[in-house]
Design a protein. Structure first.
Length: 94
């Protein structure tokens, strides 16, 4: 079974990032990053690591093999809601 630390290390090395570089970015010590690669961080830190490494927290927790979920940058929330409503209407879900 793949563990969190293995996923975190794989995501970090895929970005050609050292433990020290990651520690500097997230404001933690090198030792702390090493501990994260051997165990679980807090929820707040998990989210920070996922954002920094550009993977989902579910990927780090080995709940999925999909590294990143789709994002909708540049699309307003109201526009996205309208699009979803049109799709639901088209599918007869309303």
């Amino acid at each position: 079974m793949v563990k969190f630390g293995e996923r975190m290390k794989a995501a970090r090395t895929a970005k050609h990032m050292s433990q020290q570089a990651l520690a500097d970015i997230i404001g933690k010590s090198l030792n702390t990053v090493g501990l994260y690669e051997r165990g679980l961080p807090s929820l707040e830190t998990l989210c920070l690591l996922a954002d920094t490494l550009e993977v989902s927290s579910d990927y780090l927790l080995a709940r999925t093999d999909v590294k990143r979920t789709a994002t909708f940058s540049g699309v307003s929330e109201s526009d996205l809601a309208a699009r979803v409503a049109r799709i639901e209407n088209h599918l007869g879900l309303n």
